[in-house]
Design a binder for this molecule. Structure first.
Ligand code: IPM
Ligand code: MG
Length: 356
């Protein structure tokens, strides 16, 4: 098969980790007889430097024409002084919206070989961590109006959170369908004791659940969910929640696996064109030092193969290669443990390719 992949290398460690993921995709293409064509789409701080805006029209066009988009990470302290509408993150939000990516899928799974890195108590970790956060991605407070005004001699700021039923319904369907392929349990997270958007969320998710009688639905307030994720993560299978709650809970969920550098994510809309990225940030403190862990991005590329291109065997091959490298004891700095073999970003990429 021929596939066109828009590549957003981004800032900080972005170019290093994306370079290794592309190397892995090339190894897959060789082995399985595919051709992947890469098209660069500058976005983030580097695009602000080169074009004055975080997401140039040409980059957006490249992404909208491609079969899928592979992203490293964007942002960094260098662009903190940019006005809000021109921050690197704005590029990402604009891209999500323009591509219609209303579902963000973030798995929180503990790798058996990395259980020593889990920050939870051993008896809690022993019960296992394997759940998925399904986050609504183009609604809620992220996309409401943001205003700062001068009132009575002081500044006053406002961010509007709003949800329409159809925005809730479509992401709820994704969550229930995903649960059907897993352990058939959906936990819908909201703040229905306080927020109208949450009351609508709860009502709408409950209505959608009627079409999935084989899936169990539980509702949980977000503050309780934040606590339960560290108290007993084994109770979760699929968590579905709105944009801001999902942003926060997915970082928490990744951290308890002990390996934020290992976790991929996919963002999807109606078609097959998705956006695939690691969930970690641009880590400017270690950029350019060959110290980043490329595995999150490599596994994001595997998600692209599986969900974007329907290449299950290819995706399995990549995931097995990562497992094999870990089993052989190779570790990047973020997941290093005693007795491990410390390697840099490039070497980790090479080791994975070698096993493909
Ligand atoms: C994420 C990030 C983004 C978000 C930022 C960079 C805008 O934190 O993908 O979780 O808040 O969605
Ligand atoms: Mg986040």
């Amino acid at each position: 098969m021929n596939k066109t992949i828009a590549v957003i290398r981004g800032d900080g460690i972005g170019p290093e980790i994306v370079g290794e993921a592309i190397g892995v995709l090339d190894a897959v293409a060789d082995k399985f007889g595919h051709a992947f064509i890469y098209q660069e789409a500058p976005m983030g701080g580097c695009a602000i430097d080169a074009f004055g805006v975080p997401l140039p029209e040409s980059s957006l066009h490249t992404c909208l024409q491609a079969d899928s988009v592979l992203l490293g990470a964007v942002g960094g302290p260098r662009w903190d002084a940019q006005p809000p509408v021109n921050r690197p993150e704005r590029g990402l939000l604009k891209l999500r919206e323009a591509m219609g990516l209303y579902t963000n899928i973030r798995p929180a799974r503990m790798f058996a070989d990395l259980s020593a890195a889990c920050p939870l108590r051993a008896d809690i970790a022993a019960r296992g961590i394997d759940f998925v956060v399904v986050r609504e991605l183009i609604g809620g407070v992220y996309f409401g109006s943001h205003t700062t005004v001068e009132e009575n001699g002081e500044q006053k700021a406002e961010d509007i959170m709003s949800y329409a039923e159809h925005e809730i319904r479509r992401v709820a369907h994704v969550a229930f369908q995903m649960a059907r392929k897993r352990r058939r349990r959906v936990t819908s997270v909201d703040k229905a004791n306080v927020l109208d958007t949450s009351r609508l969320w709860r009502k709408t998710v409950t209505e959608v659940a009627a079409a999935y009688p084989d899936v169990e639905l539980l509702h949980m307030y977000v503050d309780n969910a934040a606590m339960q994720i560290v108290r007993d993560p084994s109770q979760f299978d699929v968590i579905v929640t709105e944009n801001l709650f999902g942003d926060i809970l997915s970082d928490e969920a990744s951290q308890i696996t002990g390996s934020i550098g290992m976790i991929p994510s996919s963002s999807m809309g109606e078609g097959s064109r998705g956006l695939y990225e690691p969930i970690h940030g641009s880590a400017p403190d270690i950029a350019g030092q060959d110290r980043a862990n490329p595995i999150g991005t490599v596994l994001a590329a595997a998600m692209m193969l599986r969900y974007g291109f329907d290449m299950a065997a290819e995706a399995d091959t990549v995931e097995a290669a990562v497992d094999a490298v870990l089993k052989d004891g190779y570790r990047c700095g973020d997941i290093m443990q005693s007795g491990g073999r410390l390697v840099g970003c490039r070497e980790m990429g090479r080791l994975i390719r070698e096993r493909i």
